[in-house]
Structure formats: C-alpha cells, structure tokens
Design a protein around this ligand. Sequence first.
Ligand code: NAP
Ligand code: HSE
Length: 437
Amino acid sequence: MKPIQVGLLGLGTVGGGTLTVLRRNAAEIKRRAGCEIRVVMAAVRDLQRAQAHAGDDMQLTDDPFAVVNHPDIDIVVEAMGGESPARALILEAIANGKHVVTANKALIARHGTEIFAAAQQRGVMVAFEAAVGGGIPIIKAIREGLTANRIEWIAGIINGTTNFILTRMRDEGSSFADALKLAQELGYAEADPSFDVEGVDAAHKLTILSAIAFGIPMQFDHAHIEGITRLTQDDVRYAGRLGYRVKLLGITRRTAGGIELRVHPALIPERRLIANVDGSMNAILVKGDAVGVTLHYGAGAGAEPTASSVVADLVDVARMMTSDPHSRVPHLAFQPETLSSEPILPMGEVRTCYYLRMRARDEAGVLADVTRILADLGISIEAMIQQEPASGDPLVDIVMLTHQCSEKHIDAAIDRMEALPSLTGGVMRIRLEHLAG
Ligand code: NAP
Ligand code: HSE
C-alpha cells in the first residue's frame, strides 16, 4: 500500500509530540498500519521556531489552509487548538475529502455535531481520541470495548493541569500560582489556562464522554461548571482529616429525570483508587450494566502521551480508509439517526452528598440553629468537626458532611445559614461523591 500522507496543523506540544513519535516508531507503526504514515507538511505561525522540526521530507508553511487544500494529503491532524480558524480548517479538509484527526476538545464539544454531520455526508472519518484523557484510549474503550453495555454513569479526573496543581498544593505546599506556572512549563495547560482552572476544559471533555456514552448530541452549553479557584488549603486539610481527597471531577449520569452533566471539585473517600490519582495523571470510571465499574488510568496531558492517542487515530484511519463508510464505527458511538433527545438534568435536581464549612461565633445555640435548618429541609448529617478556636479567636470552624440530598435543598439550607447572625462569611460547599460501584 502506498504511504499515507499526513498534514499537521500545529507543531506545539501535541503536534511536535506526534511528529516525534511517528518518526521514532516509524517501522513499528508501519507494521501495524500496513503502510507508512508520513508527515509531508506542517503549518505553524512562527516558521523560524519550527525549523528545528523540519527535515528534507517535510514542508513548513504559515498558511494552514495550504495544508487542508493540498491535493496529496490524505489525513489532516489538527493540533492548533481554539475554535477559529480550526473549525473552518476542519470543515474545509472534510469538504476536500480528507480524513481528520484532532486533539481539540473545545472544538468537538462545541461544534462536533456540525463537524460529524459534514464528515458523514462526505464519507470521511473524524477521529478525536486525544481530545479526552490525553494518552488513555477512553474514546475507543467506550465506543467499542464497552459497546455491549447500557452505560449508567461516568466519573473522572479529566484535567491534568488541575490535578497537578491540587497534588502540588497538598504534597509540596506549593502555592496555586507556582503550581500552575510549572504545569504550563510542562506543556499541560491550555493556551488560556483559565480553561483548566475554571473547569471549562474538563467540561469540554465531559460533554464528549456524555455524548458517546448515552447517544445524545454534544450539549456543552448545558454543563454545570465549577473550577478549583475557590478551594482553600483549609478545605483540603479538613477533607483529609475526615478521610477524603479533593479532586476536580467530571460526572455524567443517566437518571430518571435526565442526564447529569457536571464538573466541580468533589471530596472522594481516600480508599478509592481514583482518589489516589495524582499529578497530571487522569482516571475515568465507567459504570456499565453488564461489566460493572471499569477504571481507565494514564497520563492525561503532555506531548508524547497525547501523541500516543493521535497516532493511534492515524493508524485506525489508515486501516479503515478503504472500508465502506457505513461499516465504520459511528463518530458518536451510536448510529447518527438514533441519537436521543434525553434532557440534561437541572443542577437543582441533582442528588449527592455535601461537605459544608462555616465560621461561627463560639457560643451556645449556634450548632442547634444550623442543625435545625438542615433538619427542616430533610438533610441528615453524616459527620462533623468543630475545630477548637485559636486562643483569643471568638470564631470557630464547623465542618459537616451530609448524607445524600438534592442540590436545591442544600442551596436553600445554605441561604438560611448565611442569614444567621452567629455565622460570619459564606458557607463553603463542596460536593462529596462516594463513587461506589
Ligand atoms: P501549543 O503547544 O500551543 O501548539 C499550538 C501549535 O499550533 C503551535 O505550533 C502554533 O504555532 C500552531 N498554531 C496555532 N494557531 C495557528 C494558526 N492560526 N496558524 C498556524 N499555526 C497555528 O498547543 P498544544 O498544547 O499542542 O494544544 C493543541 C491542541 O491539543 C489544543 O486543542 C489542546 O486543547 C489539545 N490538547 C493538548 C494537550 C496537551 O497536553 N497540551 C493534550 C490533549 C489535547 P506557533 O508555535 O508558531 O505559534
Ligand atoms: N490542558 C489539558 C489538561 C490538556 O491539563 O488536561 C490535556 O487535555
């Protein structure tokens, strides 16, 4: 079979890593794909900086449209990031009959429906393994390996940068700013790191997981998103005393009222494997009705782990290029005409457990007021810590864990607690997930 000609859009962390892995493992990859996979052209903004990557066999350009319009290119790898011009480039590549591999979760979560429809119509493949979980083959696992199952829920640590920051803050006592800077230097963070720390990147990935797990369209706009910027060292410490770790989790779950789609920090019992996933590593739990719970673990960010997924997609596309488009794995795991319109569950209806931390005056009756509010709303307490005040400090920290209740009830309870004259400042609320099988 003649060599497959690849055009790369971007030669940064992911594009550069892809080129390195393709070159280093060329012989092994050829044995697997059944043909050579050759990068013949790459687009960047800064041609001078990219010269280090160029060889005699690869042409560099600063015009990415030259890549998607090049008649000899079979597969376009989009590793630029962002929505514009990436969306236009991918649509143009598809219109030109080229297959596409992308690592761009923001683009797939927001424009996946349009992109897959265009690819379906043109009979080309759009592969996006690298968009979720870095080097973990989670898309393939859900779309193919678990295809027998009715998936019930997915919960995962799906942002390497925030997991790296939380781990450094806990284990090294690093400041948030220092840990983020190091994550950027290591190539984990997004071009705009607020996407990582505010939970947006995790929500992009969760949107994709939810779509392929439940056969629903991409619904990023309905995701509930909270990042890690409000977390304090105190909360991490109290969680530890109670036997929990704090992680940024993405959770999507099928319920009778609709599909949960939420990203937020959560306490997880420290005895769970996933609570011990540290640094830039990712881990994703998938609960299927037949298989039970499976755990998928690996490097969630960085050049070569992500390249591992990009190259796997390239080999898949190379193997499938000559197959009948109707016999290929559907982009969203389910046949496009069978996508369901199940609604996303409003956050107020979500039921989970909660960690509450408040600062109160150290005087009689305060605890009784707080527990009465919880009891009035039918919320029961599972555990409690009242920290002894520092000498001379009239205020104490009270930390509570609740049993499961609905989010609208805990919100109402917090509103009433914050109106108590004996409490100062707001009530910190973090969700708590037991993640039991
Ligand atoms: P990056 O290091 O910033 O690299 C981006 C590359 O795209 C650079 O080579 C840049 O060229 C090029 N580029 C950007 N805009 C361009 C334009 N308009 N025309 C031509 N070239 C352009 O980014 P990255 O970390 O590799 O991320 C790329 C994508 O992969 C993003 O969608 C990201 O979310 C996703 N992703 C990243 C990781 C990770 O660990 N980093 C993991 C999974 C997925 P210059 O160098 O000349 O500026
Ligand atoms: N910024 C992303 C992360 C890159 O930290 O997880 C991998 O998708």
